[in-house]
Design a protein. Structure first.
Length: 286
């Protein structure tokens, strides 16, 4: 289960090499916002070569939005080397994921890749209208692996002057869409991946933010700098105390499999506690 997704500009071989040496669970090779349009032909070749070389981390590709000509060019250039997944920016809803899935079907067949092997993670909050279609993702096919969100494009569409307050917390509109992404991912049965913290130098703020994200139910987080990866990875791992408690809950129900609720340490423990305990042990590799 991926905790950290590190964005890397596809046109920078230096940054790609540095990202390869990071401990990120997944790298997102970016052909969209971080690459000038004039540089995209070169960036596609660099991305293709990098993915073909296979790093230890999962290798994803952020293509350009589906309503641009660049999207098909991105896919045509890189699908022959079978990236683990596609990050779809500015998704308008499930219809965009379904359209992308049809394209991936064709490219996988053309390149003799395993059918359905390319996962999809849409960025679901970058356009205002997309917020009203989040429930649709529960109807998407098995390619959908995760949902993530972003504030910058949304704030530009709104004409907002800020996304966070003076203490670094999300302002109400963006806290709302963050929660909506979390709920939509749960409804679809996929992972929720929290958005980036752009100030990569503030490690204390990052540790606090990532810890809160795991507390709220996010499974991982986007990163924009290798220095953020270790902090994110640590934040999304259960503590020893959490693992111990989870194991005790699982053992308690294993000893009484017919029980609906059991007492532990003066607290009533029921099936939702068991489900959460199992998830904690799974994340801890137990």
């Amino acid at each position: 289960m991926n905790r950290s997704f590190l964005f890397v500009p596809a046109d920078s071989e230096r940054k790609l090499a540095k990202a390869r040496d990071s401990a990120a669970d997944a790298l997102i090779i970016d052909l969209e916002d971080s690459v000038a349009s004039s540089e995209r032909p070169k960036a596609r070749q660099i991305a293709r070569d990098f993915i073909a070389d296979k790093a230890q981390a999962e290798l994803w590709l952020r293509i350009n939005p589906l309503d641009t000509e660049d999207a098909l060019l991105d896919l045509r250039a890189v699908m022959p080397v079978a990236p683990a997944g596609i990050v779809l920016p500015k998704a308008d809803g499930a219809r965009d994921v379904l359209q992308l899935a049809k394209l991936l079907d064709v490219f996988e067949q053309e390149n003799s890749s395993d059918p359905g092997s390319t996962a999809v993670m849409p960025i679901v909050t970058e356009r205002p209208a997309a917020l009203f279609r989040l429930a649709e993702y529960s109807e998407v096919n098995e390619r959908l692996a995760a949902l993530t969100w972003g504030a910058e494009d949304l704030s530009a569409a709104l004409g907002a002057t800020a996304t966070r307050d003076g203490t670094g917390n999300w302002l109400p509109p963006y806290e709302l869409v963050r929660s909506m992404c979390l709920f939509a991912a749960a409804a679809a049965g996929v992972l929720a991946v929290d958005s980036v913290l752009t100030d990569y130098r503030d490690s204390e703020a990052l540790a606090r933010y990532a810890g809160n994200a795991r507390r709220d139910g996010f499974a991982g987080m986007l990163a924009i700098h290798p220095a953020q990866v270790a902090i994110i990875n640590e934040a999304f791992m259960p503590t020893a105390a959490e693992v111990d408690r989870a194991q005790r809950i699982v053992d308690l129900f294993a000893a009484a499999p017919e029980a609906g609720a059991l007492g532990m340490d003066g607290e009533m423990i029921d099936r939702p506690h068991l489900l959460q305990a199992q998830k904690i042990l799974q994340r801890a590799g137990r």
